[in-house]
Write a protein that binds this ligand. Structure first.
Ligand SMILES: CC(=O)N[C@H]1[C@@H](OP(=O)(O)OP(=O)(O)OC[C@H]2O[C@@H](n3ccc(=O)[nH]c3=O)[C@H](O)[C@@H]2O)O[C@H](CO)[C@@H](O)[C@@H]1O
Ligand SMILES: C=C(OP(=O)(O)O)C(=O)O
Length: 430
């Protein structure tokens, strides 16, 4: 199994290109199931999760082609890919394919809307909580679907004539169920109103793609989405937006190691809460035409309290990275995780560096220390894994991060991007 080896102490200086967002690319790929015409996606990141979803879509009959990299003036290097679901040959998404990745469950919406039936294994994904699917089922039932659980599969059937438009009021904000209801509603009969919809930028990115495919959606980027169902959608070309979680991760890496880094193509409006927290910690944030500049030269880090919230709040997907940063702050910070009940798996691993963190319920209290020491640590989930890399960048001596297949799910060329900015980091095969 591959490992990451790094030696801490170097500052980071230079530019890091931000890749296309995993959490937008995955639902965009799934949207290709809604039409029998090709959907062309640009700036698709090369990630293990993208590969896994390709397998799932191919099983449904989607033809997938990669047209290479686009290296334009803005130096994006994502892939341009075509997804062509000319004919859906299978409406089952099997356990072997779905169990490793949460987002793969989301095929249920398009399959049900286009084919009138879907049989999808209950999902897997990062082990950060129980992660139920009740709100997906609630939304689809509101649209007239009949649903049963059979042998670990969700079996869903649309009523005669197809899904019906409905008013769907989510009792809590959920990204995945919003994506699913939105996609299903594009082909439903009549009007669907989704209330308390998630407002994460990835949902806006998907909604704009659906509009380019012929969907009628208003209220994009707000918590009320109104969708007028249409008979069919057509092909389109659409670009995956830059990854705000990757952006925040490298911002915290630069803040931790010190130095001056331009995060190219990053969009500040997509992570304002995280940038505010960094700024309060004493990190310089500069918004430039080409991206976001993060600098910390010489000054220490101040402790900052954060609480994770749905967008536009502080993202749960940056909680572990921010905690790593706070382990070296000059004082005590409190981090409250409100989205997932078990997203503190990194705490025990950060302790191996000498970090002082105590968890009580939802709250982690982090008492900063002037130095961390390199250690042998184990990646437990995607964002937890990268928090260990961040700690290792500033720790004295050598750090080995084991089980990095988690990292490969969501970070493209991580060690390459960091080493180009001066980090001593390499992937060790075996
Ligand atoms: C691929 C992708 O985009 N994953 C992101 C997505 O995950 P995901 O879509 O799984 O997260 P949700 O927004 O759905 O989850 C939010 C909360 O709602 C709960 N819930 C969700 C659905 C449901 O049917 N019932 C229910 O109770 C969840 O357990 C959680 O407590 O949003 C999360 C929250 O920003 C991010 O951490 C993940 O990176
Ligand atoms: C939790 C994440 O992914 P998933 O929802 O696919 O488990 C993530 O991207 O941080």
């Amino acid at each position: 199994m591959d490992r990451i080896r790094l030696v801490g102490g170097n500052s980071l200086n230079g530019e890091i290109p931000i890749s296309g967002a995993k959490n937008a690319a995955l639902p965009l790929m799934i949207a290709s199931l809604l039409t029998d015409e090709p959907l062309v996606l640009e700036n698709v990141p090369r990630l293990a999760d993208v590969k896994q979803l390709e397998r799932i879509l191919e099983n449904h009959g989607v033809d997938i082609a990669v047209h290479g990299r686009r290296r334009g003036a803005d130096q994006m290097d994502g892939q341009r890919m075509t997804f062509h679901a000319g004919e859906i040959v299978d409406t089952t998404a099997p356990y072997e394919l779905v169990s490793t990745m949460r987002a793969s469950f989301w095929v249920i919406g398009p399959l049900l809307a286009r084919m009138g039936e879907a049989r999808v294994s209950l999902p897997g994904g990062c082990a950060i909580g129980t992660r139920p699917v009740d709100l997906f089922l609630f939304a689809l039932e509101q649209m007239g679907a009949e649903i049963e659980i059979d042998g670990g599969y969700v079996v869903a059937r649309a009523p005669a004539g197809g899904l019906r438009g409905a008013r769907i009021t989510f009792p809590k904000v959920t990204v995945g169920a919003t994506h699913t209801a939105l996609m299903a509603a594009t082909l439903a009969r009549g009007t669907t109103i989704i209330e308390n919809a998630a407002r994460e930028p990835e949902i806006g990115n998907v909604a704009r793609c659906l509009v380019a495919m012929g969907a009628k959606i208003s209220g994009i980027d707000t918590s009320t989405l109104t969708i007028e169902g249409v008979d069919r959608l057509h092909g389109a070309t659409h670009e995956v937006l830059p990854d705000r979680i990757e952006t925040g991760t490298y911002a915290m890496a630069a803040a931790m190691a010190g130095g001056d880094v331009l995060l190219r193509n990053a969009r500040p409006e997509h992570l304002q809460a995280a940038l505010d927290a960094l700024s309060q910690a004493g990190v310089h944030i500069g918004v430039e035409e080409r991206g976001i500049r993060i600098a910390r030269n010489g000054n220490g880090l101040l402790p900052v309290d954060v609480e994770t919230q749905p967008f536009p709040g502080f993202p749960t997907d940056l909680q572990a990275q921010f905690m790593a940063l706070m382990t070296m702050a000059d004082g005590t910070s409190r981090i409250r995780e409100t989205i997932f009940e078990n997203r503190y798996m990194h705490v025990a691993e950060l302790a191996r560096f000498g970090a002082d963190i105590k968890v009580e319920g939802q709250v982690a209290t982090v008492t900063g220390k002037p130095t961390l020491k390199g250690a042998q640590v184990m990646a437990t989930d995607l964002r937890a894994s990268v928090s260990l890399v961040i700690a290792g960048l500033a720790a004295r001596g050598e750090t080995i991060v084991n089980r990095i297949y988690h990292l490969d799910r969501g970070f493209e060329r991580l060690e390459d991007k960091l080493s180009r900015c001066g980090a001593e980091i390499e992937r060790v095969a075996g």
